[in-house]
Design a protein. Structure first.
Length: 85
C-alpha cells in the first residue's frame, strides 16, 4: 500500500510577479520545501543545493522557456506569439 503524501505544515501566501505569474512556497514536516510557479514551461538554469559553507544557503533558479538551453529566447518567442493572438 502506498504511503500518504506529507501535508504541508506551512504554505506561504502566493507572491504575484510583475507579469502576473504566481509563486507559492510550501514547507513540510520532513524539512523539504516545494516551489510552485505558474506560467510553464521553465528550465532549471542554476542549482547550488549543497549550499555555500560561508552563507549556509541553497539556491535554485528557474528560467522561463522551453526545454533546452535557449530558455530566455524561447520565452521571448512565447510572449510574442501570445501578443499576436
Amino acid at each position: 500500500m502506498a504511503e500518504e503524501p506529507l501535508k504541508a505544515h506551512f504554505v506561504a501566501e502566493p507572491v504575484l510577479l510583475p507579469d502576473g505569474r504566481k509563486v507559492r512556497v510550501s514547507a513540510y514536516p520532513d524539512g523539504s520545501i516545494r516551489f510552485r510557479v505558474d506560467g510553464l514551461p521553465y528550465v532549471l538554469t542554476e542549482a547550488y543545493l549543497s549550499g555555500n559553507p560561508d552563507k549556509d544557503e541553497a539556491i535554485v533558479k528557474l528560467s522561463p522557456g522551453s526545454q533546452g538551453s535557449n530558455a530566455a529566447h524561447n520565452y521571448t518567442e512565447l510572449l510574442e506569439k501570445k501578443n499576436r493572438s
